[in-house]
Design a protein around this ligand. Structure first.
Ligand code: ADP
Ligand code: MG
Length: 709
């Protein structure tokens, strides 16, 4: 047995309890742990003189101990251990709590690198519980420390210690699954090197090389998997649909379709009508169209066609809110044609679920609209002919495949609001045919966009007041939920790992705090706050009240990013705009300007970083999502398209964990190149040299294996 396959409990310090915590991260073996990659890095290598320290930032200070540590009781069983330390520019008090034995570590005259946050009280500075490492100028300390996604029962230090043990155990065992020629052609280090340096980077350079290699692997695998799936897909038969007159549907719509919408519907109709008798090759098609380009109407036409052909249809949305909105939009119209539409989400009660599932199984329910609950609840369909996934920017091949497995004779239509650059769509949606909705419905206004710093706060408040007084509504988006939240929050924005350590980041504004500030500032208006920690029912309730105009100012995290439609909203303010990807900002901006009101987007950022400023200026220059996407790819690489959101979800999102963090624009093209090269030489990847790679691919595709054969 290889050490890599040893259970995690073989590591010193990991017993039953810790093993259960690791299990929550899907880590069972030593090898699993090595593939649990950091989400970011602490840079302890930048030493700040005490006099220049900032209480807002975690920083490194090299200080010499100047007083003997003293431990005192502070009520109950609590203790505090204190001593003083200094550098050339000043001195501070350092305190540790409830760890009296720590006193043995610090002796007068010894020098340590302390990593922590300064606190100031009455002009006196102190630091509590900083990380301390013995400092010896002759033996430089590493600068970069990995920070891992955690689970309850595991802390950062435990994880680091376990990873170090795992690296030692696995030494010499990490075999490479990439052929040497590919590594040489694209300048990639070995897998062993990459794994070692992603966890314990020698320096920033080594980290960059390691991340690039691991990101390359993810992209290559995705490109290969997509192509293999596409090849398999065309062999599957699905329900063939007769051409149906769509005129009654069009007559029921309050608008005429744009040229791009018509073209897209034609493409779908043609796909569904291929083949003979009752069998058509399964359609796999994605509609890529900017926010507001009218994807729903295209999906509606496809659904109508399926229902008229006596097939059932399924519409899966990424969030509860969006599922509700689709239900509200589509159900009345389809019910007008005599069809039955149901909604099934995580918050549907058990009794309701039973009733709906029975109606789906019997065929009485024609269209079901829902969230992931649809796949988790093993719903059985009488005759599913069409699956529509409104994915926004998630590209979950495995998840789609799971839904399709429950609908073996269904066609698949995917909607994506991220205008994906062409080069990326090869890797990201290589298994799908692409329809581009590159024409906006008539009368769409451009949203005027401004980029300001915090100094504009007063003017910004005046602008909010003006908008709301005139009857409009305002969104304010923040990157964090609560003040000082760690990176565990599900809709907080992760700081991109590989370009941050040296660039100072302005502190995060939090939604909860800002909504309190705005409530106090505008007592005459109704202010609410919505974020990912609320229960779905609460979220839904707030969104519904905002849509109804009862709430005028909605402070939110990115939960509102996905597809919500409130035509009366006229102002979008994004705090800490530097933390968001351009495509994400573009999505957020798309929440306003949906109705008749002249609309505005204000990007607030105190960042002095040149790149951040350049990116935000681009947002002010254009409203065209396809242009923004191309520029974003050029400036930042593919990370934003892969969705840091998705990456944080377990399961499919982990697929692009490294790729999402690696800001290397050329890497994507390299990976799809390599995929083509490999498949051209060996279409089924069955040669011995590719066996390890094929094995990995099979593992990746296993959850979607039903469509692979
Ligand atoms: P998205 O592509 O972002 O999903 P939607 O399908 O939600 O966009 O459409 C956005 C808005 O535009 C909706 O209010 C919809 O009713 C409207 N719309 C869609 N197509 C047209 C059209 N051809 N003409 C006018 N309005 C349209
Ligand atoms: Mg939509």
């Amino acid at each position: 047995m290889r050490n890599l396959d040893l259970p995690i409990t073989k590591l010193a310090g990991v017993g039953k309890v810790k093993a259960a915590a690791f299990e929550k991260l899907s880590i069972r073996t030593v090898g699993d742990l090595l593939f649990h990659f950091p989400s970011r890095y602490e840079n302890r290598g930048l030493i700040t003189p005490l006099a220049e320290g900032s209480p807002a930032l975690v920083q490194s200070y090299v200080l010499t101990v100047s007083s003997l540590p003293k431990t005192a009781r502070i009520g109950g069983r609590m203790t505090i251990t204190k001593f003083r330390a200094f550098d050339d520019s000043g001195s501070i008090e350092i305190a540790y709590f409830n760890t009296p034995y720590i006193a043995d570590k610090f002796h007068v005259g010894e020098t340590f690198r302390f990593y922590g946050k300064l606190a100031e009280k009455g002009g006196r500075y102190s630091m509590s519980s900083p990380t301390a490492e013995r400092f010896d100028p002759a033996k430089p300390l590493p600068a970069l420390y990995a920070v891992y996604p955690l689970a309850a029962g595991l802390n950062a230090n435990t994880l680091r210690a376990c990873v170090r043990q795992a690296l030692e155990l696995a030494h010499g065992e990490i075999a490479d699954y990439l052929p040497g020629e590919i590594r040489a052609a694209y300048g990639l280090p070995t897998l062993a090197y990459a794994i070692e340096n992603i966890h314990v980077p020698l320096d920033a350079d080594a980290l960059g090389r390691a991340a690039r290699r691991l990101a390359f692997d993810e992209m290559l695998e995705s490109a290969l998997a997509a192509r293999l799936m596409k090849a398999a897909q065309t062999k599957i038969t699905a329900e063939r649909m007769e051409d149906i007159d769509l005129a009654p549907l069009y007559a029921a719509l309050p608008f005429a379709l744009t040229g791009a919408q018509r073209r897209t519907v034609d493409e779908i109709v043609a796909d569904l009508h291929k083949g003979v008798g009752r069998d058509a090759p399964r359609m796999g098609r994605i509609i890529i169209g900017d926010v507001g380009s009218g994807k729903t109407a295209c999906a509606l036409a496809a659904i109508y066609l399926a229902l008229k052909n006596h097939c059932q249809a399924v519409l899966m949305a990424p969030t509860e809110i969006l599922a509700s909105q689709h239900y509200a939009d589509l159900a009345p119209m389809l019910e007008g044609f005599g069809f039955r539409v149901e909604k099934l989400t995580g918050s549907t009660t058990a009794a309701e679920k039973r009733r709906i599932k029975a109606a789906i199984a019997s065929g009485e329910c024609n269209l079901v609209i829902g969230t992931h609950a649809l796949i988790e609840d093993d719903v059985c369909f009488a005759r599913a002919g069409l699956v529509v996934c409104d994915e926004q920017h998630r590209f979950g091949i495995a998840q789609r495949a799971k839904l399709l497995a429950a609908c073996p004779r269904a066609h698949m239509l995917v909607m994506s609001a991220t205008p994906i650059p062409r080069t990326l769509s090869l890797v990201l949606c290589g298994d799908l045919e692409v329809s581009r909705l590159d024409e906006m419905p008539p009368g769409r206004q451009n949203v005027d966009t401004f980029f300001v710093d915090g100094g504009y706060r007063a003017r910004l408040n005046a602008f909010i007041e003006k908008q709301v007084s005139a009857g409009g509504q305002v969104y304010v988006v923040c990157p964090a939920i609560e003040p000082d939240i760690g990176d565990g929050a599900d809709d907080a924005v992760t700081v991109s790992a590989f370009d941050v350590p040296t660039e100072e980041q302005p502190p995060l504004r939090s939604a909860v705090e800002l909504s309190e500030t705005l409530s106090a500032r505008f007592p005459q208006f109704s202010v609410a706050c919505v974020h990912g920690k609320l229960r779905p029912a609460e979220k839904n309730d707030i969104m519904t009240r905002f849509a109804a105009g009862e709430i005028q100012i909605l402070v939110a995290t990115t939960v509102i990013e996905v597809g919500i439609n409130v035509p009366n909203a006229s102002l979008m303010i994004v705090e800490n705009a530097e933390r968001f990807g351009l495509s994400q900002l573009h999505q957020l901006r798309g929440r306003v300007g949906r109705g008749a009101r002249k609309s505005y987007c204000v990007l607030v950022s105190d960042s002095k970083g040149e790149r951040a400023v350049q990116r935000l200026r681009l947002m002010c220059r254009t409203n065209d999502g396809f242009i923004i996407a191309d520029e974003d790819l050029k400036m930042r690489g593919p990370g934003d398209f892969l969705g840091t959101e998705g990456a944080r979800q377990s399961g499919e999102g982990r697929y692009f964990r490294m790729a999402a963090l690696c800001n290397d624009p050329g890497l994507f093209e390299d990976a799809s190149h390599a995929a083509e090269q490999l498949l051209a030489a060996d279409p089924s990847l069955s040669s011995d040299a590719l066996a390890p790679l094929r094995a990995r691919l099979d593992a990746v595709l296993k959850s979607g294996g039903e469509t692979m054969n």
